[in-house]
Design a protein around this ligand. Structure first.
Ligand code: PHE
Length: 363
């Protein structure tokens, strides 16, 4: 490569001669392209390199020597450049081979683990609610999302002319106008009461929770969605009054929101309860000072409730003179927003992994 004969070497300054001698071993010591590029800079770079210094020495050389020295320097430069180029090609080929084996499929490796799935925060909240009520003797019931008017309205003492029955609020099935998407989980009350009426005495009462999806023609905004979730709760027994309802819900809310959970009950109207009420929780998002979620009031309504209307029991074949009870229907999204301090319920439906991961703390 760059073996100089004694005559050529004698023409060079001593330090340059030494650098020339070192070149072959320095080149083969370059194990990768980065090292090679550094060596290239040292020997043939534009400024300060050995080649540049040699060109400088040529300028000041005595006239008689100039010709021979010039030839030596040019020969050297050419040799260096060629040798560097050859080594570069070698290293590039090596790198390509290494990269391709890196991506190669190795049949002996264990298969990559698929990312672990997780329950949706809304499902986890419903599970938690079930866990709160289970020790109180409540079991879980389910009903269909496509319901009949009979279960969704008639059995719940909702009059023929009630506005909720209209097509402005309720999704009816185009092919079967008597079928609809249930507007609340209360039709599960009707189904369970009818089914268990014959064994009511033997069972000594009924207690159940019914979590599920419900549908209403609502525009999507931070607090509304045409599909959302409710958890229905119902208890039938003897001599049941509002105190049982309040005590049960106050207990459940403390279990859910913590011992300092502040709730309030307001009188309200639902055709299937008498008396009826709504329960609010103190807004944890703003601490009660008023925000978008609580609409400035400091309180958020999360459930409707009341004592079961005698007509509902009667329609199911249960004697309201003997039996009484309470029912409640809780909005799951509203509650999840409170528990997790999420200001916009749409986040629960967009399945943004970052949100879902952050919601890992909901449990
Ligand atoms: N079904 C009512 C609603 O959707 C809630 C409710 C359930 C009220 C049970 C009273 C008793 O808003």
């Amino acid at each position: 490569m760059t073996h100089l004969d004694a005559k050529a070497l004698s023409l060079l300054p001593a330090d340059m001669a030494a650098a020339c001698e070192r070149f072959p071993s320095a080149l083969s010591a370059c194990a990768n392209l980065d090292a090679l590029n550094r060596l290239k800079g040292t020997y043939t770079g534009r400024d300060g390199s050995f080649a540049a210094q040699l060109m400088e020495s040529l300028k000041v050389a005595p006239k008689a020597k100039k010709r021979d020295l010039g030839a030596v320097i040019n020969g050297l430069k050419k040799n260096w450049e060629e040798a560097l180029k050859t080594r570069q090609t070698e290293l590039e080929t090596e790198k390509k081979q290494l990269d391709s084996t890196k991506n190669a499929w190795d049949a002996t490796l264990p298969p990559p683990m698929p990312p672990a799935g997780a329950l949706h925060p809304l499902n986890r909240l419903m599970d938690r609610l079930v866990d709160v009520f289970r020790p109180l003797g409540y079991h879980v019931e389910e009903g269909p999302e496509v319901e009949t008017e009979e279960h969704n309205f008639d059995g719940l003492n909702i009059p023929e002319d009630h506005p909720a029955r209209g097509t402005a609020d309720t999704f009816y099935l185009a092919q079967h106008s008597e079928l609809l998407l249930r507007t609340h989980t209360s039709p599960v009350q009707v189904r369970v009461l009818k089914r268990l009426a014959p064994e009511l005495e033997a069972r000594g009462g009924i207690r159940f929770l019914a979590p599920g999806r419900v549908y209403r023609k609502d525009e999507i905004d931070p607090t509304h969605s045409p599909m959302f979730h409710q958890v229905e709760g119902m208890l039938v027994g003897k001599g049941i009054g509002m105190h049982h309802l309040k005590g049960t819900l106050a207990y459940a809310m403390k279990a859910l929101f913590g011992q300092n959970a502040d709730v309030r009950f307001r009188p309200s109207y639902f055709p299937f309860v008498e008396p009826g009420c709504e329960m609010d929780v103190h807004c944890p998002l703003c601490g009660g000072s008023g925000c978008r979620v609580c609409k400035g009031s400091g309180w958020v309504e999360i459930l409707g409730a009341g004592l079961i209307h005698p007509n509902v029991l009667r329609i199911a074949g249960i004697d309201p003179e003997i039996w009484s009870g309470f029912a409640f229907g809780m909005g799951v999204e509203r509650t999840a927003m409170m528990v997790s301090q999420t200001p916009d319920l749409r986040l629960f439906f967009e399945n943004d992994q970052r949100f879902l991961k952050a919601m890992g703390g909901l449990d």
